[in-house]
Design a protein around this ligand. Sequence first.
Ligand code: FMN
Length: 187
Amino acid sequence: MKILLVDGTIIGTKTGVILEQVKDYIEKLNMNYTLEIVSLANYEHQFVDGRPFENYNDDMKLLVSKFEQADGYIIATPIFQGSIPGVLKNTFDFLPPKTMRYKPVSIVANGGTYQHHLVIENQLKPILDYFRCLVTPNYVYTHSSHFDENNVIVEEDVHERLRELARVFVQYVEMSKTLCKEPIDTH
Ligand SMILES: Cc1cc2nc3c(=O)[nH]c(=O)nc-3n(C[C@H](O)[C@H](O)[C@H](O)COP(=O)(O)O)c2cc1C
């Protein structure tokens, strides 16, 4: 199974740190998945403005194909202005609606205020629900205080929650193997 771990920002460091940690915990579960981190910072983005698909640059096309080929996703995002980064929303806007359909997704996020975990509930989850993703019930929201000055996660509770997230995500990936992604003709 191919798992795409998406670092949904082009600035900052902590989102990528959490993502690396989740990758490590999934790998420790020894499921023989192919794990790939896609950092949006490494792509040249173009606004999704309704132009024909072939007129977008190679990076935008590559992003879509990586999403399409994946069997499951970890979406990592910082909180910007009480929301997700525009670049992550722009990436979602570019995906054909069926791209992530019935595929498992777990969310990790980080912010500078404790209350903004609600951005996950009120903004990110509705987008993933629109895509009909299998969003795991647990997500992990970290606060800047959970990191030391070198952006190492020092809060043991965060590690425990990330391990639990990895465990549940893997269960969802396994369950999704038997889930038919297309309607079955019963006529
Ligand atoms: C433009 C901008 C807007 C931000 N808005 C919020 C916000 O509304 N709520 C919040 O909790 N943190 C906010 N933050 C803090 C980021 O979430 C925080 O910098 C990031 O999660 C920590 O990662 P970093 O240290 O790698 O940048 C904002 C940061 C930036 C740069």
